[in-house]
Write a protein of this length. Structure first.
Length: 65
C-alpha cells in the first residue's frame, strides 16, 4: 500500500503521522504510557506469526539420531 503512493503523498502521510504522534505524546502522555503494556502483549502474537519465517516454523522435520 505504501509503495503505491507518489512521493508527495508519502511525505504528507509521514508528516501527518509525526504530528499525530507528537500530539499524542504531548497531550495524552498518561494514556500513551498506560497503554504500552497492552500494546506489548498484543504485539507478541504478531511477532510470533511474522518472525518464524526463517527457521521453518514448528513441526520439526529435522534428522533424529
Amino acid at each position: 500500500m505504501f509503495t503505491r503512493l507518489s512521493m508527495p503523498a508519502r511525505f504528507v502521510l509521514v508528516a501527518v503521522l509525526i504530528i499525530a504522534a507528537a500530539y499524542l505524546l504531548a497531550q495524552h502522555t498518561a494514556h500513551v504510557f498506560g497503554a504500552l503494556p497492552l500494546v506489548f502483549v498484543l504485539l507478541c502474537p504478531l511477532m510470533h506469526l511474522f518472525m518464524h519465517g526463517g527457521h521453518g516454523g514448528h513441526g520439526g522435520t529435522g534428522n533424529r539420531s
